[in-house]
Design a protein around this ligand. Sequence first.
Ligand code: NDP
Ligand code: MG
Length: 402
Amino acid sequence: MKTSTAGRRQRIAILGSTGSIGVSTLDVIARHPDRFEVFGLTSHQRVPELVEQCLRFSPRIAVLPDRERAREARRLLAERGSRTEVLEGAQALGQLAAEPEVDAVMAAIVGAAGLPACMAAAAAGKRLLLANKEALVVGGALFMRSVAEGGATLLPIDSEHSAIFQCLPEDRGAWGERIDHIVLTASGGPFRRRAPESLHAVTPAEAVAHPNWVMGRKISVDSATMMNKALEVIEARWLFDLAPEQVRVVIHPQSIVHSMVVCRDASVLAQLGTPDMRVPIAYGLSFPERIESGASRLDFLQLQGLTFEPVDERLFPGLGLAWQALAAPAGATAALNAANEVAVESFLSGTIRFTDIHTVNARTVERLAGRHGAVSTIDDLLDIDRRARAEAHSAVAALAPR
Ligand code: NDP
Ligand code: MG
């Protein structure tokens, strides 16, 4: 990391501050006014929420990609005497992320839309707290190269990846020789016990009702299809530099064991805790130290047991797409992610059925396979993202009832 915070508070930019991760991040920050100060906040549609956050945390900068919404935010902030400057346009997200005065960037935008700002933070050598898994799924090797070249410190926020990270030594050079494989735990979501034939009738309200975690709508649907775990398999491959077959998944319905490292000597290291995203967020903010997160402590005597089950591929056919995409030429994981974003949106808007999500994803990846050029820049990946979205929209149109 290029910046030094010795003797002063860490300045934080939160990209996606009005979302579930953004709000939890502000909750942790508010517990430590001596350590952190909010430098920048961003949202997409929720203007009043962003304005309230600005009034409470007085950031130097707020960003809204949309010009009209930015104008509205400026008006509301001026009325209440705020001195926060509101920037507009998607490029302002990257500007904020790379701002020299920013020490740490919480990347909590949902979807590939967050990729350019993550790349900007990486290239600027920031401490990059990555919740926005889609950015790494799309960016892959290029993302990791940008982190290395920019001298950034990449800290995983996804609970499973934070768990793995917490089980590993601080010296990244030692990871390869230690790890035999890792096991990502998955809750199985709301439909773990359903008959596969009944899933076509699932409604958006049922799909977003996660049993253990309260999250944004997109990741909640991803948890119900287990596409979330597929994205996490790809995320883990890049974060920990593993071969795809070194990443395994097991269902653990209680969400207490957040993931495990199986070492070369067969010893298993796990990280446990109550399911509360403030724990990995606090660790990302304070690493390598530990600070109060606000999460409740695990009461072992209250636990009803910790159980583990295999993943039923008939219920969760999407999970296998992760290894399939990782085995394909670079760009396939970007196509898979784009297809899934379109499919989830189409499901949430009532255009396609729950089970169609997998059909759209599998068809899009298959149709694009081998049909895109080499990937050497982020623009190449964004081009694949655009083409995959177009393919996915055609697949949706072919499925949707007329
Ligand atoms: P939310 O939908 O709750 O929040 C998303 C945030 O991003 C909001 O601030 C939203 O603004 C903003 N946003 C959405 N689209 C755009 C866009 N096109 N451009 C700029 N900003 C945008 O999502 P979550 O907080 O649940 O998830 C955020 C990321 O963290 C995701 O990648 C998710 O997979 C990951 N994650 C989340 C976990 C959780 O517990 N929630 C756990 C692990 C990972 P607005 O509010 O105005 O719409
Ligand atoms: Mg996760």
